[in-house]
Design a protein around this ligand. Structure first.
Ligand code: ATP
Ligand code: AMO
Length: 434
């Protein structure tokens, strides 16, 4: 198929070879139309039964929908065709036949439930509105990489098979590593910090994280994609600037480069790029504002974590992305630094979309003794983390960073009701394959 032309690129008056899927066959008697679909769109192929080679007519009209075909012929202007052009074939090839019974209908005329769609992603992504999600996801990740590079970060890859967890012991997937107990990594947290202290200084990683979350929710996955940042000589507010930059850059890139995809999702008019300068509320301000909404059954008090309902009430009231900072130290992980003049308050922050949390981050504890104490306070054995803590004895500058869930970013950007819509092959309680 060296000479293949995409259906969107054919030129009237020229000959072309197109290849793609049979979207529809319309047989009107003396004349029939095959609509051929490829990644760029669709093209009508006209079959005039009495005027064309009998074998071509017969074999072309015998194909089942979703079969892969190739046609070569002249491209003509035709105002009655859906795209104002059609191909009049001289050659036909059935490249790969499809069964007449399909588990889901890529033309979208028959709706399919999410599990059926996830079991048949190949067919599901033949629908423009589903394909669009993954083209947009790719654009979001491209824009994130470009932004990271523009602020001097180096992309790294850290191990996903590890000896210890960092984000709380209950959510680890244990695996057997040559007879030794190991785990799937929950976060590149410790490794990215080790690299911030290296000669690289500012690093990012886009990679999988694994969390054995028991609950099945529309916004949790057991395997997610984390966009992680870590930078030296950064405090938490610098880190907040970087994540705000990434989020705005991702929206801008989609707005500029994904017009067709937004159209397919019926979002072309509704899509808005956030302005940046996201409000930065302290934890205490957040509590006050949530309590003032009167939406919760019980008043929140200092030290409470924010429930889903609390996040939602506040999100509705603020109506844009916003940060919550200055969290109580006791509800943030050991690696987050407390304020020097207030040991009860941490430099940890979250970036929120009105509907859910997108990011956690903070400035890190870079001093050896308080770091080791933090492990002990959190019930972790510092000896098990010696590979990490000892590097804090060899010149570890102040540093800060964050983790952003890629699927949550795409989900909130496109208003998807379920995070599984933003993953090709999601892993959840019920789903281990495909
Ligand atoms: P033509 O003069 O182009 O052969 P027709 O009307 O004589 O057209 P029919 O076989 O009667 O041919 O066409 C059946 C239907 O298909 C009609 O409603 C006609 O408008 C429509 N049609 C014909 N040619 C095209 C085309 N190239 N693209 C879209 N619709 C077409
Ligand atoms: P945290 O655990 O808050 O922080 O995770 C950061 C972000 O990752 C996404 N995320 C998830 N997305 C889908 N399904 C999940 N199960 C899931 N778990 C997490 C969310 C979340 O906000 N080490 C810290 C980050 C840091 O401080 O740098 C961490 O992992 O969008």
């Amino acid at each position: 198929f060296e000479n293949r032309t995409y259906t969107a690129d054919v030129t009237p008056g020229e000959s072309a070879t197109i290849a793609g899927w049979v979207h529809e066959v319309r047989d009107l008697g003396g004349i029939a139309f095959l609509i051929v679909r490829d990644k760029t769109g669709k093209l009508q192929v006209k079959i005039e039964k009495d005027e064309m080679d009998e074998e071509l007519v017969e074999s072309a009209l015998d194909v089942a929908r979703e079969s892969v075909v190739s046609f070569t012929g002249d491209v003509k202007e035709e105002p009655r065709a859906p795209t104002d052009v059609e191909l009049v074939p001289e050659e036909f090839e059935l490249v790969a036949p499809a069964d007449t019974e399909l588990p889901l209908d890529p033309s979208g005329k028959v709706d399919a439930e999410l599990p059926t769609r996830l079991d048949n992603r190949t067919l599901d992504l033949r629908k423009p509105e589903v394909k669009a999600i993954f083209e947009i996801r790719a654009e979001v990740l491209r824009a994130a990489r470009e932004y990271f590079r523009s602020v001097g970060c180096t992309e790294i890859n850290t191990p996903k098979i590890v000896a210890t967890g960092t984000e709380g012991g209950t959510e680890l997937f244990p695996i057997s590593y040559f007879g030794e107990e190991a785990f799937m990594n929950q976060s590149p947290q410790l490794f990215k910090q080790l690299m911030a202290g290296s000669g690289l200084e500012r690093v990012f990683e886009i990679g999988p994280i694994f969390r054995a979350e028991e609950h099945n929710t529309p916004r949790h996955l057991n395997e997610a994609t984390s966009i992680d940042f870590e930078g030296t000589f950064c405090d938490h507010e610098d880190a907040m600037d970087v994540v705000e930059g990434i989020v705005v850059a991702a929206y801008e890139a989609v707005n500029e480069n994904c017009a067709e995809q937004l159209e397919a999702l019926d979002m072309a008019d509704a899509f808005e790029v956030p302005e940046g300068g996201f409000p930065r509320l302290t934890y205490e301000e957040a509590l006050d504002r949530i309590n003032a909404t009167g939406e919760l059954d019980e008043r929140l008090v200092y030290g409470d974590d924010l429930s889903t309902e609390a996040e939602r009430a506040l999100g509705e009231e603020i109506g844009s992305h916003y940060f919550i900072m200055d969290w109580p130290s006791e509800i943030k992980p050991f690696y987050i630094k407390d304020y020097d003049d207030d040991a009860e308050t941490s430099t940890g922050f979250d970036l929120m979309h009105p509907s859910m949390e997108l990011v956690s981050g903070g400035q890190r504890e870079h001093r050896y003794d308080p770091l080791v104490e933090g492990f002990e306070q959190q019930g972790l054995d510092p000896d098990e983390f010696e590979y990490y803590t000892k590097m804090f004895k060899y010149g570890m500058p102040p540093h800060a960073g964050w983790g952003l869930g890629a699927e949550r970013l795409v989900m909130t950007m496109l208003g998807l009701g379920n995070i599984r819509e933003a993953v090709l092959f999601p892993r959840d309680r019920q789903r281990l394959s495909p």
